[in-house]
Ligand binder design. Structure first.
Ligand SMILES: [Zn+2]
Length: 281
């Protein structure tokens, strides 16, 4: 295995069409391309042909968007069908309260998923909001990481009013920094370079030993110099390869990653070693 892609949306009909709803056209515009809907076989083949593993992400923003969720059962089914190619993270809607806590528990204990993913812009919540602390307590107890979307998002992009989607929920300081301070036993991954708050994300990942970042959603070709500099030095054990498939394919990300000036041993950490350690693979 050459690498582990820590940020993969399946890109199948269940994902793109059923859950994307009205937002999918925004995402196409944001990423500058229409996404080809994949069969499960084509999805697995994409990762197998590159000799990489992927972390498939569930999705549940029902309370705020009314959209269908990409169920944890569906993610678990894909993982069980291709156990050498995928591991899975659950998607949980924090506004569902006790139901969300129960779902996280079932996803990890019974379905065998390995973490929980949140998209605060779509779900409309602050990670450091004390109302959700029982959920973080449960996830910490389950000893799996949480993945939070950071920075700008394709959802609502380019539409008047952003279709009600607010970016403020995806700012690293204070929301991730506070959460990391209050839950030192919880492993937190900030997804994407967190633009326009990239420097804040770098600072939190440097300061809090329990905070990591995935570098998904952007081609490495566009990584700002400071991100490359920190990934190459202070944060070489904290950064993870992530593509944000299908919006950025792992093929494209990896090709562009080859070209950026990182030390070879750092590249190996970002592509594989850091994720192996974090996910216990
Ligand atoms: Zn994503």
């Amino acid at each position: 295995m050459k690498a582990i892609d820590a940020h993969v949306h399946p890109g199948t009909k269940e994902d793109v069409i059923d859950c994307g709803g009205k937002y999918i056209e925004d995402a196409y515009r944001y990423f500058g391309q229409k996404i080809e809907v994949l069969t499960e076989e084509a999805l697995a083949e994409r990762f197998q042909s590159l000799d990489i593993m992927g972390v498939l992400l569930g999705w549940d923003a029902e309370t705020n968007t009314g959209l269908k969720r990409l169920s944890n059962e569906y993610i678990a089914r894909l993982v069980n069908r291709y156990p050498k190619t995928f591991i899975g993270f659950a998607g949980v809607d924090p506004w569902k309260g006790k139901v969300a806590i129960k779902e996280a528990e079932i996803a990890i204990k019974d379905l065998g998923l390995r973490g929980v993913k949140f998209q605060q812009a779509a779900q409309a919540f602050y990670p450091s909001d004390k109302r959700f602390y029982p959920l973080w307590e449960k996830i910490a107890e389950l000893k799996v990481p949480v993945l939070f979307h950071m920075g700008n998002t394709g959802y609502g992009a380019g539409v008047p009013g952003g279709e009600g989607i607010r970016l403020k929920y995806c700012r690293p300081i204070p929301y991730i920094d506070d959460l990391a301070a209050d839950f030192p036993e919880l492993t937190i991954i900030g997804a994407h370079p967190a633009w326009p708050w990239q420097e804040e994300m770098l600072a939190v990942a440097m300061h809090k030993a329990n905070v990591y970042m995935d570098l998904s959603g952007w081609s490495p070709k566009y990584f700002p110099a400071s991100l490359v500099q920190y990934a190459n030095s202070f944060l070489q054990d904290k950064c993870l390869f992530g593509s944000d498939h299908p919006y950025v394919t792992p093929q494209r990300w990896l090709t562009d990653f080859e070209k950026i000036p990182l030390k070879p041993e750092v590249k190996e950490k970002i592509l594989l070693k850091n994720a192996r350690k974090l996910f216990g693979i």
